[in-house]
Design a protein around this ligand. Sequence first.
Ligand code: SIN
Length: 285
Amino acid sequence: MRPSVTKSGAACGAEIGFDLAQDIDDPTFREIECIFHDNIVVVFRGQQLSNERHIEFSSRFGELEIHIVKKYLLPGFPQILLISNIRNEAGEHIGLADAGFTWHTDTSYRRRPSRCSLLYAKEVPHRDGVPLGDTVFANTIAAYEALPEPTKRRIEGRKAIHRYSARRRVADSPRPKLTAEQLSETPDIAHPIVRTHPYTGRKSLYVTAGECIGIEGMPEDEAVDLIAELDAHCVRPEFLYRHKWQVGDLLMWDNATAMHLAICDYALPQRRLMHRTTVIGTVPF
Ligand code: SIN
């Protein structure tokens, strides 16, 4: 079976018709990888993946990150991070309940931020038959290309400073506070605002107001305003794709060329359970 492609018709996103449970030879994998790079966000619908298979397919894209918040790693499968609003018998969340509630790219606080993330939908909340808990993506290649030339010149060669603990959380976030050791593991890190994709060479914007606290060599006020301006530009409607989940979706996105936001429009007894793997990428340039 060869992968088929149906584009979303939005700024990014495509559905790949392919059963990921089958063996994937190298040429077929390269074909999937090209479709992924072209479309930035791709979904494989109707998958039935074991944890092992999810990890195995993800690992074809590179080494997997073990998320810094250890409490929500799937027992026996530390490469899988649970994202969920479900509570156990003790009343504690079984996964990160507030993952992605601000626009961000995964692990931008690392020296080698994530290449891509692969989110597998196990339970999807609904109201009146309509799925809730969508994930929205912004195509940051299109956003970069649409910038006015003076803004492109202004940010050329500049680096934004990313801080993990700067990420805004929901007011009553159940997420454990980072320990002193975890904080020392995630020092502020500067990455180019204009990134060059390591595989395709395409340029994209790599900056979010939720995670970037400044720009190297720029006064703080000016930097914060510029970050806010670039963030608002990236999430203009014409750059977006909104994913409506179905159980069995394996959705993957390119963290170098997309920002994303999880929409929290559901609450228990509407249950949401996602398994995420996160592939480590290269040092941005
Ligand atoms: C994330 O930011 O990785 C979570 C996305 C989601 O749960 O929709």
